[in-house]
Design a protein around this ligand. Sequence first.
Ligand code: ATP
Ligand code: MG
Length: 336
Amino acid sequence: MRVAVCFNTVPAVAGKGEAVDRISEEGAEAEALSVAAALRQRGHVAELIPLGEQIDSFIVGLRTFAPDVAFNLCEGFWGESRREMHVAALFDLLGVYRTGSPPLCLGLTQDKARTKDILLQHGLPTPKSALVRPGEKFPRVRGLDYPLFVKPRFEDASLGITSDSIVHNEKELLRRIAYIHATYRQGALVEEYIDGREFNVAIFGNNPAEVLPISEIRFAKGLDRPIVSYAGKWLEGSPEYTATEPICPARLSKKDELLIGHLALRAYRLLECRDYARVDIRMRDHIPYILEINANPDISPDAGLARSARVGGHSYPDLVEKIVGMAQKRKEAGHA
Ligand SMILES: Nc1ncnc2c1ncn2[C@@H]1O[C@H](COP(=O)(O)OP(=O)(O)OP(=O)(O)O)[C@@H](O)[C@H]1O
Ligand SMILES: [Mg+2]
């Protein structure tokens, strides 16, 4: 099969955020190289097609290569993660069958506040929260119990998450909201802080979708705050990084494992994710709370989804090839 492996590049200077945020965004090419290598190992013809500032040349690249399907790793457009859904829609408009979730799912899940509204509407647990839009001077957080957790409404990859994200009083709260507004130029999502264990649940496939072995994020005792901060996720060598370790499979009672897995699966189906996704959950007193749904998670060999897949018996080339097969199946059905 001919597979176009598409990823997005970012401008040298970002329009918002912190300077270190680039580290997470620059991993896209390495991710694309891994996916392409896995496909070639299985005898497919894979070509990397980067999406930069010029949409025209991306389209020409795609048309010239004429793939059977595209593996879409694009997480935004030229530094704007909010355009992730637009890029997915572009493939659909061009008639190029591709891997991954539909544009509406990508757009909704990127909006953590809207996603929570939908989850609650359907009785799925998520921490109590309030959205504070830029310009709102008096956040309506009555009814929420401290400590609270403040994060950007639309980012991922733990952007804007540090130990200061946990706030204990109004003064700290207002300061952190102001930081999110000024640095990330978007709403601040204020949630009740869930003091408990943290799990990543990878879901794989469609009808039926499979819950892969659950991964737990273990925080070393010495860690100041047991959260996945930006440093904990990306800054190798930092104390946070060393103290944040994923363990797969997580040690859970059968009951908790089923509870968490089933909850993640319901969220995957509710938001209409496709092919693969990862649901982040925290559990306190045996009650799981959904933090967010990653409908386009990192699929590098050393990232969480591939780790869970390996433990579940899907080697990396298997995982990648099966995902391509899902797009190919849609193509065949579309042509039938
Ligand atoms: N309500 C909460 N209570 C406790 N910890 C939280 C809460 N919300 C977020 N966190 C911590 O912050 C981390 C990042 O939050 P979240 O997963 O919502 O953001 P993200 O940037 O989209 O993450 P990802 O890197 O998974 O894309 C979580 O992994 C968790 O450790
Ligand atoms: Mg997360």
